[in-house]
Design a protein around this ligand. Structure first.
Ligand SMILES: Nc1nc2c(c(=O)[nH]1)N[C@H]1C(S)=C(S)[C@@H](COP(=O)(O)O)O[C@H]1N2
Ligand SMILES: [Mo]
Length: 366
């Protein structure tokens, strides 16, 4: 494959979308990039098969026995590690909530033409691996290094530009973040679609930072200019806006839709009487959740919030609802310890990134 050649040019710019009407290409993306089953929000840890997926290109099928990770670029003592060597390093397991920065895009109007997530691009897994910082320390970045970049084995095209998926973090961000080099998810080897045999997990950040199918870690003396770093994952007001990088997850909460669904509309049917509403709330950078509120047909009530020591995992909340007959609209809203609160309407972004507006669930009680 000639990687300089681009068969998809010229890139025609933005595609016009219609609210609530999804193109064949968008449905195709949604079929490949499955979402969390909202009923599994009742569980602390998302069953692996119900964890959302976001794969830009094709899933690389990598032979673990032949795979190695290279630390290269401006390191004073560069080296390679085989998977066996990585698995022999100090091992930790950490529950971390990952959310795609595109989560909620389908609710932003006008909708950006991309993966049309509604609420379900989030999940929490027990990630097992070894802390990355000691390995970066061992490779010794030279004095003029400003960023560390992470490269995936997956190659493809976006906006007429061919590239391997890659992301970077500054040295300062590396110090702040508990980045983990991960080879297992929920006590089992990583599945191909989640990055086998090796990925990173960047706790507290939106998912794009957690590079899968990791092949190389490079020390850079200039900021990384890879497509997935500079051409996308930027907050932008308009197409002309140069943008501001997307980093940590915004405060958000979701609920398990109560009762039973109507097959296609997903509207809910609930029996009259006591019903426990259950959900999760999470925030970026490990900022604690302060409170969760539930709105039932226009009135907000405080929910019970469970304590937990896991800084980077979502928190459980519950609310005892005495369901009265009729049609109701349920919403939930979280606030974090820094006073950030979920908006009632989607925040504007050209690409529909980081929509943390409250979830709306329609129920019919009888
Ligand atoms: N190499 C590579 N890494 C990647 C991606 C990708 O397409 N290629 N997608 C990113 C995005 S946008 C997200 S949200 C998470 C999703 O991780 P998951 O599919 O394991 O849930 O992986 C990130 N890492
Ligand atoms: Mo994502």
């Amino acid at each position: 494959m000639n990687k300089e050649h681009n068969p998809f040019e010229p890139y025609s710019g933005c595609v016009v979308t219609q609210d609530g009407v999804f193109s064949e290409a968008e449905v195709g993306l949604a079929n490949r990039n499955s979402g969390l089953l909202l009923e599994t929000l009742a569980l602390d840890i998302t069953p692996t098969g119900a964890h959302y997926l976001l794969n830009h290109f094709d899933v690389p099928l990598i032979d673990e026995g032949a795979h190695s990770l290279s630390f290269n670029g401006s390191f004073n003592t560069p080296f390679n590690l085989t998977m066996a060597e990585i698995k022999a390093l100090p091992k930790i397991t950490m529950p971390v909530t990952l959310e795609c920065a595109g989560n909620g895009r389908a609710g932003v109007s006008p909708r950006s033409y991309s993966m049309p997530w509604m609420y379900e691009a989030v999940g929490t897994s027990e990630w097992t691996g070894t802390p990355l910082a000691p390995l970066i320390g061992k490779a010794k970045p030279s004095a003029d290094v400003v960023e560390i970049s992470f490269h995936g084995a997956d190659y493809g095209f976006d906006k007429g530009c061919g590239h391997f998926f890659g992301r970077s973090l500054t040295l300062a961000q590396m110090k702040e973040l508990d980045v983990l080099l991960v080879y297992a998810m929920n006590d089992a080897p990583l599945l191909p679609q989640h990055g086998a045999p090796l990925r990173i997990v960047v706790p507290g950040w939106y998912g794009m930072a957690s590079v899968k199918w990791l092949t190389e870690i490079t020390a850079l003396t200039n900021p990384y200019d890879g497509f997935q770093q500079v051409r996308t994952y930027q907050y932008r007001e308009s197409d002309e806006d140069p943008g501001r990088p997307i980093t940590t997850m915004r405060i958000k909460s979701l609920m398990v839709p109560p009762g039973v669904p109507d097959w296609t509309s997903r509207k809910r049917y609930v029996n009259t009487g006591p019903t426990e509403l259950v959900g999760r709330a999470w925030s970026g950078a490990g900022t604690p959740i302060e409170k969760v509120e539930v709105e039932v047909s226009g009135v907000w009530h405080p929910a019970n919030l469970e304590n937990s020591e896991d800084r980077y995992a979502w928190k459980k909340w519950t609310f005892d609802w005495d369901a009265t007959p009729g049609a109701h609209v349920l919403r939930c809203r979280a606030t974090d310890a820094e006073g950030n609160v979920q908006p009632l309407e989607p925040p504007w972004d050209v690409a529909g990134f980081a929509n943390n507006a409250v979830q709306v669930v329609h129920v019919f009680v009888e």
